[in-house]
Design a protein around this ligand. Structure first.
Ligand code: ATP
Ligand code: MG
Length: 421
């Protein structure tokens, strides 16, 4: 049966132009895989027998994206297409990067250097599908299988270990037996991979439709090479509801929630996640097993501890994860955790709505008294003033009707350090 892939016009134009100049060119890798799976590929990569200088000469305007590895980008409309010369990777020097790359005129050689059979297919309209490693069969059988000898492939580049797991999570594929055995035996090679790359693959795995695949990282002995604190987790207790929004902080928080907030943040710092995500995860993990409260005052207090968006994320996380957590042993050093029932969470949502519609003060921003007011009332700026504002906020969280300037100023202690007169 001949396979037909609908290649976008831009990529087709590039391929035709390269053909007109006597070169071979194909779409290759992820875009072929995704097309065959009936998914719209995010980007279309092109592989060609033309050398980078020749590609540049033919197209005039190109961007040197990865010129060292033979990649230039060609714009078609607003879309960029990466065009890479057929290449053979030289010796791998550090378990991650080839010492050199060599250009070749053989497509098959280029396909050989790719990681998995499903990623090692090329296509062009004239030739049709080029599938020399059984990628199509593996797609049908839903499995991830290395191109060639799995031990060699994971030894060359240990990032492929995590790529295998990530693709398995994204596609819902199994991992072929020899590939799995090699992957487990070579787990320790992961220490050669930069923390950023480890993080990027794990994040993509967690954002996939099957985030629980992360348990395999533990079952297959990879976790110590991710981070020591990460490896402390109990894999059996990891449970990430795939209905959780696929955003970094929520998925990572759900994944790490059995750790203390400090430990969770430590894992993410080691993995070089951005500070914004780290601080959000820290708050979610910290609050996720603390009651929001059922009375309006308690709810306002919880709301005041984080941004409105993060508070909504917290409620969603509680709604989607609490059920699975019922009956879990509590993590060390925390009070007994009794997750809110769905009914309680429903009430909390309702109260939250009321608090927001009424516009109750839940932060210093909407407190009726500001630092300037306190100075005017005779206080010196400084730490003490901050404490007073915090105390006033606590008061207002308890009794929102007190949030007027006049009323609050009456609460300001008269004994506090007044400006010398
Ligand atoms: P996605 O973009 O959805 O992650 P992809 O397959 O396009 O999937 P890329 O990282 O964009 O993945 O890489 C493009 C292609 O380059 C892959 O399909 C594969 O053929 C090859 N490739 C990428 N990384 C490696 C690697 N570490 N080892 C071998 N081949 C690789
Ligand atoms: Mg890609």
């Amino acid at each position: 049966m001949s396979v037909v892939i609908h290649v976008p016009r831009g990529a087709e134009e590039i391929i035709e132009k390269l053909n007109d100049h006597g070169f071979e060119a194909y779409v290759v890798g992820g875009c072929v895989r995704d097309s065959l799976l009936g998914k719209e590929p995010e980007d279309w990569d092109i592989t060609t027998s033309a050398k980078p200088e020749q590609v540049k000469e033919i197209f005039g305007r190109t961007i040197d994206t990865g010129i060292k590895h033979g990649t230039v980008t060609i714009m078609r409309g607003r879309k960029g297409y990466e065009v890479t010369t057929f290449r053979i990777d030289g010796e791998y020097e550090d378990g991650r990067h080839p010492r050199s790359v060599e250009f070749t005129s053989s497509l098959i050689e280029d396909l050989k250097r790719r990681d998995f059979t499903i990623n090692a297919m090329a296509y062009c309209e004239q030739t049709g599908l080029v599938d020399v490693f059984g990628g199509l069969k593996d797609l049908e059988d839903r499995r991830i299988c290395c191109v060639g000898n799995a031990y060699d492939r994971f030894t060359e580049d240990a990032l492929r270990i995590l790529r295998a797991l990530r693709f398995s999570a994204q596609l819902g594929f199994g991992i072929e037996k020899k590939t799995e055995t090699a992957l487990r035996e070579l787990a320790s090679n992961l220490h050669k991979v930069s923390r950023e790359r480890v993080q990027a693959e794990l994040t993509r795995l967690l954002l996939s439709k099957r985030p629980d695949t992360v348990r395999k990282v533990f079952e297959w002995g990879l976790s110590p090479y991710v981070s020591a604190a990460f490896a402390e987790m109990d894999a059996a207790r990891i449970s990430i509801n795939p209905q959780l929004p696929a955003v970094k902080h929520m998925r990572w928080a759900a994944c790490l929630r059995q750790l203390s907030a400090q430990k969770a943040a430590q894992v993410l710092r080691e993995l070089k996640l951005d500070n914004d995500t780290i601080s959000r995860v820290k708050i979610l993990v910290e609050w996720w097993d603390q009651p929001v409260g059922t009375k309006e005052a308690d709810i306002r207090r919880t709301m005041s501890r984080m941004s409105p968006e993060l508070y909504d994320d917290l409620l969603e996380m509680k709604e989607l994860c609490a059920a699975e957590t019922r009956g879990e042993p509590f993590r060390e050093g925390t009070r007994n955790f009794v997750p809110e029932t769905p009914e309680e969470l429903c009430d909390i949502r309702h109260h939250t709505e009321t608090i927001r519609t009424r516009g109750d003060c839940i932060s210093l921003k909407t407190l009726a008294v500001t630092g300037a007011d306190l100075i005017q009332a005779g206080m010196s700026p400084g730490k003490e003033m901050g404490h007073v504002l915090e105390r006033l906020l606590e008061l207002v969280l308890e009794r929102p009707e007190l949030n007027t300037r006049e009323r609050l100023l009456k609460e300001v202690p008269t004994t506090i350090s007044k400006k010398p007169t």
